[in-house]
Design a protein around this ligand. Sequence first.
Ligand SMILES: [Zn+2]
Length: 217
Amino acid sequence: MNRKLWLALILALTLVVIVGLIVVSTQRKTVYSGAVEDFLLPVEEYSWEREFAPEYVMIHFTSAVVEHRDDPLNMDYIRQIFVDYDISVHYIIDREGTVRCYVPEDRVAWHAGKGEWANDEKYTNKMNHYAIGIEIAAIGSQKDMGIYLTEEEYAALDDRFKGFSDAQYDALKLLVEDICARYDIPADRDHVIGHQDYSPSKNDPGELFDWSRILPH
Ligand SMILES: [Zn+2]
């Protein structure tokens, strides 16, 4: 083989390797490297194609307390709410700290709803396009839950459903750190935000949530 042919071959091989590395790195970028279980919602019905890179992480809490007062954090009941109400989110963390994936990160999930952020109109009612959403299975304070429960109903709930477990904080911290690192999102309160920060009519993650357990001080 002559020299030119060798050079062409080496060039072609180098290109193949570079393209391969790019493909692998972009694929890896949208997948959480920690422990995660798939509970995917039907993607075509519960998400859109993503056009923009994520710039934010949005934290929520959710429960099935309205429908199932005695077993509000049952993960089957909670998943059914997402199905019934045509909403979705990328991840949900159960009481034991298991991270479940409902929608892949490279899709737009439907969790943020209407709101405003950072005095920038591009986010107005469009935060779903820019945020990775994480739900925590939990019940907030009485004030947080006021739109769902009367004072008496809240008082009658088992206390172990209220607030957030250590396992949830530990899992959430790892997940948020991983997402922030992969998308170059600053791990601070301007970029890791609560649903209530974006939509003042919302109450999650609420006043029981301790931000210092997931973000650097
Ligand atoms: Zn929310």
